[in-house]
Design a protein around this ligand. Structure first.
Ligand code: AMP
Ligand code: GLY
Length: 421
């Protein structure tokens, strides 16, 4: 099969690395890709939101399978565009399916229709601002405010103080996040520990991939600003068989049945962002794609052929696929540019990667320059993944190798997995 993968992060390097190992992968292209995907296939300069340009490339190269890494092209309808104009198989849901990530209100209504456990909520818009302010006054404890649409990962604000929450609601409804905050969800605060479950589905059947936990905050001890993710661990020690069975029975199965009942065209990944409150799981959010950096620990544990698995989404054979998982722990530590997630510099030459051993290096914001050097090109630069029989063994290796990689103002959290030990 000829495959085009869209995206340019650590997630895409991990997906490209895995797909390139498949006997079913004849040619692999990545658009736009990064310094890592270049080692797995051919990087192509394409604007992944320019669907006609992506189509032209696919037709020129006889692409059979288009794998969409990030959510944005999906929310913008790349699957719908390709199913209307081509016979190319797209891994990723239709625009409507992608609303599970693209609209918090849509996701909440979907969960209510299918009795899937999630925080109680109310929805407000500019016309109901007064009601929203009064509602906030009745909440004791933290107020969770969520912009309905995608707001570059900044659309969720949790505030303890009533007046601060009222000010935030007002600003959101006055366009703080543009159209994304035309509607705002105010949600019950759930106190617990988070974890992520991943499934691949054809909209009818599904297979589970390894579970993971990521570390979103910039600061050690989970403090400070939210980032795309500073590290991840798979599996998650506190998710035992009993909890996982509840996740399957109460969340995963009803979600897939919901997609089926609502006739949503959904062939792709479902990322369940979950929280364990006491002994019960609740959905915090859905994403219509794999996580980053979760993919950098999930995919290395997948022993089965990823291309076969993806191809089976299109011929009704998904339920017959064997999904073998390596029982070892995988850990990843994300090396970032100093200053991230606020302002940071780019173009720093990276070195020391060849001195690392026994880890998998997944590049994120890193590009090869004209002279063949690898230079930083983003906030998150490189995910260092290690596998070992125990979590600490894997972490030790990721950290030993993180010391060896150098670039100006490099930074990483030294406490990934701290709450799982
Ligand atoms: P989201 O973008 O929906 O994943 O929210 C971002 C982060 O906010 C989550 O990873 C949680 O840490 C936190 N969060 C979101 N919703 C809630 C909630 N209802 N209760 C507690 N924390 C939440
Ligand atoms: N690491 C969180 C995400 O990919 O959304």
């Amino acid at each position: 099969m000829n495959i085009l993968l869209l995206g340019s992060g650590g997630r895409e390097h991990a997906l490209a690395w895995k797909m390139a190992q498949s006997d079913h992968c004849q040619a692999l292209f990545i658009a736009p890709g990064n310094a890592g995907t270049k080692l797995c296939g051919t990087n192509v300069t394409l604007d992944i939101k320019d669907f006609p340009a992506v189509q032209t490339f696919c037709e020129e190269r006889s692409i059979d399978l288009l794998v969409v890494g990030p959510e944005e092209p999906l929310v913008l309808g790349i699957q719908d565009y390709f199913s209307k104009n081509t016979n190319i198989k797209v891994v990723g849901p239709s625009a409507e399916g992608a609303q599970l990530e693209g609209s918090k209100a849509y996701a909440k209504e979907f969960m209510q229709r299918h009795q899937i456990p999630t925080a109680g909520y109310r929805e407000f818009n500019a016309n109901s601002l007064e009601e929203g302010l009064q509602y906030i006054a009745t909440i004791s404890g933290p107020v969770v405010l969520k912009a309905d649409g995608i707001a570059a990962g900044k659309g969720v604000v949790i505030l303890e103080d009533t007046q601060a929450a009222q000010k935030e609601l007002t600003e959101m409804l006055q366009g703080k996040f543009g159209q994304a905050s035309n509607k705002v969800i105010i949600e019950e605060f759930l106190d617990g520990i988070e974890f992520s479950v991943f499934a691949i589905t054809d909209g009818k059947d599904y297979q589970l991939l390894p579970i993971a936990k990521d570390y979103k905050r910039i600061g050690e001890g989970d403090v400070g600003l939210n980032t795309g993710g500073m590290g991840a661990i798979s599996p998650v020690p506190f998710v035992d068989d009993t909890l996982m069975q509840k996740v399957i029975d109460r969340i995963v199965t009803p979600t897939i049945q919901g997609l089926n009942k609502e006739n949503l065209d959904y062939k792709g990944f479902v990322f369940f962002g979950l929280i364990k409150v006491d002994d019960d799981p609740y959905v915090i959010e859905y994403n219509c794609r794999m996580g980053d950096p979760e993919t950098e620990v999930v995919i290395p544990r997948l022993q089965s052929d990823l291309v076969s698995l993806l191809a089976s989404l299109f011929d009704g054979q998904l339920s017959k696929q064997k999904v073998d998982i390596n029982p070892d722990y995988a850990t990843t530590v994300m090396m970032v540019s100093g200053g991230y997630p606020e302002a940071y510099e780019k173009g720093k030459t990276m070195s020391g990667m060849d001195n690392t051993s026994d880890s998998l290096l997944y590049y994120a914001g890193a590009q090869e320059d004209a002279t063949g050097n690898i230079v930083t090109s983003g906030g998150r630069v490189l995910a260092i993944t290690s596998l070992a029989a125990d979590m600490q063994g894997a972490l030790d290796r990721s950290y030993q190798n993180a010391e060896k990689v150098q670039f100006d103002k490099k930074h990483y959290r030294k406490d990934i997995g701290f709450d799982l030990k």
